[in-house]
Design a protein around this ligand. Structure first.
Ligand SMILES: Cc1ncc(C[n+]2csc(CCOP(=O)(O)OP(=O)(O)O)c2C)c(N)n1
Ligand SMILES: [Mg+2]
Length: 579
């Protein structure tokens, strides 16, 4: 084997670590990688390399890797250009951190030499312009680990260590950089056993903590479970169902970004988002078990009774990466929640439980669930020829039920989040995902990554706000979906503006001048022809719908286009944000 450089070893290590795709936005820092891939292909070793997916904007690349990892559990790689690409990717890396999603980001740094001393030294003016004080600092708020590869001799070990950190709980993004000279360094091929770099094994609760939590739940009159991301591991959902059923414990999903508990289960006690008032279920609880949640409630508007005993079991219970965070609790414990839930259930199965009290609690929780479903059904009726977020979400649910029961749904609907998830009423673990972060623009790249992950057999449906659609660099995303045969149906909750900042203003200044004059500066009118943007970039179908009765037919038509291999974008006019 003649040609073998740090870049060759870097790519080999990614493939050996199970990385299928490198979502890439290239630049002057990547000649080593580009050449190593071409050399490998010429030598007949191309299939041993990860596949490059060209993404014309970095937000697409990182969001694709994010969604791919959410669906498959497998970390992927993102290749970006020095400080510039790093800056473009930063907010979305923050989504991966909050979403606990493993991903490896690599950017070159500018060459270190300028007089021809080493292969890869500076040859372009931009290499002075892009030489910044602290390139890794750009991402340091958002990654678990950042490091510079300083030699090709151990680049494989560094890649495996970075991925080990990315995959170990709480999982998250990691960042590597290297100068061009290092990426050009000639090496003797070598191998490292990736099997020695596995993620840290799942952690269990200590036995006394199991007994403490289980006894508190068993002794409660109104026990409650609150969770946000337990369903990251879909196999944890049946474990939670078993625990909830054992004691008839209602389950609230708070700011959920996974399916944590089947909505159709009578113990589902509803979703909690930007609460506008006190949740009576939360107020009534005397023992609360929080499982995997960053924001189980918003104390200024919605909190437990001061007498409630809170127990907090989380893969990351004290959240060192969230600066102002505290939730007073009798016990905080770090554990894999699936393991912890099964331990608590197991303990309770060995105890004498008050069967009649549990049965009567089940009946009252189930009655409340039924009333909740009836209220949702009423809210989703179309009235006055207006498409509400509730009606739209119900149409999506019916589309899925009749045409695509195995659909994978991505959500980035912002103020419509609660309506979307209440309309979908998801009951299949893993069937609905959200990025978990605060940086809008995930949807387009995420649809690409999710579609690559599930393949042609399973349609991807992406629900997104119009503002978020525009954040996602839609032309880049739609182009990449077409180029890589990774279609998706995107449905835009198009209120022609940003309802989010308006609602935020209403929280703080409910009777202020902005409210009185309806002057929020959140209108995106004259409206962008969003399906037109999509069609121009590679979608096979685009339509705007304003009439409720037309919506089901258009959604079905669009889904058929996706099934035939092309992306579709349907913009649905909901009441205006600045209305
Ligand atoms: C990258 C980024 N920029 C700005 C914001 C602030 N922000 C929060 S909600 C929102 C509006 C989103 O609009 P849209 O997707 O249409 O949803 P809507 O608010 O209308 O429900 C904005 C701009 C953000 N979260 N992320
Ligand atoms: Mg909007």
């Amino acid at each position: 084997m003649d040609y073998y450089t740090t870049s060759s070893a870097f790519l080999e290590a990614l493939a050996e670590a199970g990385v299928t795709y490198v979502f890439a936005n290239l630049g002057s820092d990547h000649p080593g990688i580009i050449e190593a891939l071409a050399q490998a292909r010429a030598a007949g070793r191309g299939s041993a390399m990860p596949k490059i997916i060209v993404c014309p904007h970095e937000v697409v690349a990182i969001s694709a890797a994010h969604a791919y990892a959410m669906v498959t559990g497998e970390a992927q790689a993102v290749l970006v250009h020095v400080d510039s690409g790093t800056a473009n990717v930063a907010g979305s890396v923050g989504n991966a951190l909050r979403g606990r999603v493993p991903v490896l980001i690599f950017a070159g740094s500018v060459p270190a030499t300028q007089e021809g001393e080493l292969p890869g030294g500076r040859t372009e003016f931009i290499q002075w312009i892009q030489d910044v004080r602290d390139q890794r600092g750009i991402l340091r708020n958002y990654v678990k680990y950042d490091q510079e590869i300083r030699s090709g001799r151990n680049v494989k070990q560094l890649v495996h260590r970075a991925l080990q950190l990315a995959r170990s709980e709480p999982a998250g993004p990691v960042y590597l950089t290297a100068t061009r000279e290092v990426m050009e360094e000639s090496l003797t091929p070598y191998s490292v056993d990736a099997g020695g770099f596995g993620a840290v094994a799942p952690v269990a609760l200590a036995a006394p903590v199991v007994a403490e939590i289980a006894s508190a739940l068993a002794g409660a009159s109104h026990p409650l479970i609150v969770t946000s991301y337990l369903g990251r591991d879909p196999s944890a959902v049946p474990s939670l169902v078993a625990l909830a059923e054992l004691l008839a414990i209602p389950v609230i999903e708070a700011m959920a970004y996974h399916v944590n508990f089947p909505f159709d289960h009578p113990l589902h006690a509803g979703f909690q988002y930007h609460s506008v008032g006190q949740n009576p279920v939360l107020a009534q609880a005397d023992v609360i078990l929080v499982l995997d949640s960053d924001v189980p409630w918003i104390p200024a508007v919605n909190k437990p009774s001061p007498d409630a005993a809170v127990y907090y079991v989380d893969v990351d219970p004290v959240k060192p990466a969230i600066m102002t965070w505290y939730t007073p609790a009798r016990r905080l414990a770090a554990a894999s929640t699936k393991v912890a839930v099964e331990q608590i259930t197991e303990y309770l199965r060995g105890q004498a439980l008050p069967a009649s009290g549990i049965a009567s609690r089940f009946a009252s929780v189930a009655a409340r669930h039924e009333a909740m479903v009836a209220a949702l059904e009423d809210a989703e009726q179309s009235r006055d020829d207006v498409i509400t977020a509730e009606y739209l979400s119900a149409c999506v649910r019916r589309l899925i039920a009749s045409e695509a029961p195995d659909a994978l749904v991505l959500t980035e609907v912002v103020t419509g989040s609660k309506a979307a998830v209440e309309g979908l009423r998801p009951s299949v673990p893993g069937s609905v995902i959200h990025h978990g972060g605060g940086y809008l623009g995930w949807s387009g790249g995420a649809a690409l990554g999710a579609s690559l992950a599930v393949g042609a057999s399973r349609p991807v449906i992406s629900l997104v706000g119009d503002g978020s659609f525009l954040f996602s660099s839609p032309a880049s995303a739609l182009w990449a979906q077409r180029r890589y045969d990774a279609p998706a149906l995107t449905i835009v909750y198009d209120n022609r503006g940003w309802a989010g900042p308006k609602f935020s203003t209403m929280h703080v200044h409910p009777s202020g001048e902005a409210a009185a004059s309806n002057e929020f500066n959140v209108s995106l009118e004259p409206e962008v022809d969003l399906p037109g943007v999509a069609l121009a970039a590679g979608a096979g179908f685009g339509a705007t719908v304003s009439v409720p009765a037309e919506l089901p037919g258009v959604l079905k038509e669009a889904l058929n286009v996706v099934r035939a291999g092309r992306s579709a974008v349907v913009s649905v006019h909901t009441p205006k944000a600045q209305g």
